[in-house]
Design a protein around this ligand. Structure first.
Ligand code: ADP
Ligand code: MG
Length: 364
């Protein structure tokens, strides 16, 4: 990322609505051509951030630069931005072509260049044949593709998308996720995407910015957020995990030694942020735990009894009772050893796949 230009810089961005703080001193950098997803629960400030970048609200503090220029007080029409929102209505009684033409007219593009660009944009979303129809004659999925075409048509500096697929059914959503990814790959635009759907964020993004109560909880590559959460909030928000309360009892050879009541002693490499007190939560992903022969050479080994085996296609999920705790383990169905309900098995994980998290749900 270091060799790429910075497209968007945000420093100290703060936005309040009365007593509520929607954005609390947010700092963010987007590289040119990057696809960054804002992920977080409802009310965490994702839409507010997008609106600030678009110039649709007035921040209470902080600055925004686009292409190195201070855009903080540039009006929305002066920012070179394309937008797709979940309910960002197309003009229903205008033709598709007229809708797509809108950002071009705003930019004073001449008629000939306009019709060329509209044709290209329609081809891009594979809807060449609907240019003359009214938008309200199209299906929801087609309308959203027209909205994409409109966002991309003027070749803007940054494309903002706020839950653009939120209203669509799963099949169409999966399809359009790929389509957006493909468009991004081809056109190389900088995209700031918003979703509350962690799977969507994992599939689409170069980096994910996890939001919590108006602040950035953690930002990084999808696999980094998934396997190396820095807080209980991040661990919990993305997928399934084994979260076991315990205490730090010592430190040796770069590892924290933890006592997990009802389970025993485990060792986990020390990684930042270091929890403040001795009371912690031990984190592992179900995918990080091995069983039987594969568990033999792991730093942490325990015995447990299988209480459930759930085969869901390529993945088999085991629930294993270890002491008083039920641990989730997920294995590839193919090639993994068969285990039966009630069987006593060995489970194990390396000291570099667990994480020691602060028990507070706030960022450390
Ligand atoms: P998200 O998009 O992550 O769901 P929002 O950015 O919409 O979150 O909202 C962040 C916080 O700001 C929420 O607490 C929300 O209630 C509040 N908020 C957003 N817009 C307004 C508004 N126009 N007036 C008052 N409060 C608002
Ligand atoms: Mg929102």
């Amino acid at each position: 990322m270091s060799e790429r230009k910075t497209k968007l810089t945000i420093r100290g961005l703060t936005k309040r609505y009365g007593a509520a703080t929607a954005l609390d001193h947010v700092d963010l950098d987007l590289a040119d051509g990057e696809f960054l997803t804002m992920l977080g629960p409802s009310g965490s400030g994702k839409t507010t951030l997008l609106w600030s970048v678009a110039g649709l609200n007035e921040p209470d503090g902080g600055k925004i630069w686009i292409d190195g220029r201070d855009a903080t007080s540039v009006p929305a029409s002066g920012r070179d931005i394309g937008m797709v929102f979940q309910n960002y209505a197309l003009f229903p009684h205008m033709s598709v072509s007229k809708n797509i033409s809108f950002p071009l007219e705003m930019r004073k593009v001449g008629p000939q260049d306009r019709s060329r660009a509209i044709k290209r944009a329609l081809e891009m979303v594979k809807l060449e044949h609907v240019g003359d129809r009214f938008c309200n004659q199209l299906s929801g999925g087609q309308q959203q593709r027209i909205a994409l075409a409109r966002a991309f048509v003027a070749n803007p500096s940054i494309v903002l998308m706020d839950e653009p697929l939120g209203a669509l059914d799963k099949k169409l959503r999966d399809h359009l996720q790929l389509e957006i990814k493909r468009l991004h790959g081809r056109l190389g635009m900088t995209v700031l995407y918003v979703t509350h759907d962690q799977e969507e964020a994992m599939v689409m993004s170069d980096r994910i910015c996890l939001m919590n109560q108006g602040r950035i909880e953690q930002i990084g590559a999808p696999e980094e957020l998934y396997f190396q959460p820095r807080s209980l909030f991040a661990a919990d928000f993305l997928g399934e995990s084994n979260l076991i309360p315990g205490r730090i009892t010592g430190e040796e050879a770069g590892c924290l030694v933890l006592e997990l009541p009802g389970i025993g002693t485990v060792r986990t490499r020390t990684t930042p942020p270091r929890p403040h007190g001795p009371d912690v939560v031990h984190f592992t992903r179900p995918e990080s735990i091995a069983i039987q022969a594969d568990a033999e050479n792991k730093a942490n080994r325990l015995q447990g009894r299988v209480t459930d085996v759930v085969v869901s296609g390529a993945i088999t999920k085991l629930f294993v009772g270890v002491g008083d705790v039920s641990m989730k383990i997920s294995l590839l169905t193919q090639g993994s050893q068969r285990v039966r309900n009630g069987e006593l098995i060995t489970i194990g994980w390396d000291d570099d796949v667990g994480r020691v998290l602060s028990p507070s749900r706030k960022a450390a």
